[in-house]
Design a protein around this ligand. Sequence first.
Ligand SMILES: Nc1ncnc2c1ncn2[C@@H]1O[C@H](COP(=O)(O)OP(=O)(O)O)[C@@H](O)[C@H]1O
Length: 189
Amino acid sequence: MDGMNLKQIVKDELNRSRFEHTERVVDTALILAKRFGADPVKAEQAALLHDICKCWSEEKLKEHIVRGDYPNDLLQYNKELWHAPVGAYVVQKDLGIVDKEVLDAICYHTSGRPHMTLLDKVIFVADYMEPARRFPGVEEVRQLAESDLDRALLKSLDNTLLFLIQKGMTVYPLTLSARNNMVEQVHQS
Ligand SMILES: Nc1ncnc2c1ncn2[C@@H]1O[C@H](COP(=O)(O)OP(=O)(O)O)[C@@H](O)[C@H]1O
């Protein structure tokens, strides 16, 4: 499947604003990939596909997760997390994407995980800081991403965790592990 076909498939799956977000994530991911030496073809593909299941209903995502091979605790946490691992499964099964790095970058783009690959980091940070994002603290992430992808990622994870805690929400543990691991990586560098 070539890039144009994939783009049309993604467009058909998403509403207009989500597709425009996706296009901005692609642009941002390509900039970060070039800056930090990630594979631009993989970055473009992972960014294009990262939110492919974002417009599925809660019921459809839940049915899929119940029947599939997903972490046991996933359904106990924020439904905003669900589209990412389901998206990785769907692009593998329905679109024939087999590249594990691309599939992992899609799978972990919302939660993060410990020992994130360079591509995971590029997609996570691109999704967090694409130009239309207005999160408190996003400007600092953009500044850090000018020169240090790890610090930009750590700040994005910190901001996400602080946001969830301030809202009194539960935190999916994988994000805490991702954050702890990035603290270690940043302090070692
Ligand atoms: N560890 C976590 N536990 C619970 N919710 C989380 C966690 N990490 C991220 N989220 C939530 O997921 C959402 C972000 O998902 P994302 O895929 O980036 O969607 P969007 O592109 O719409 O921002 C936010 O609401 C965020 O608070």
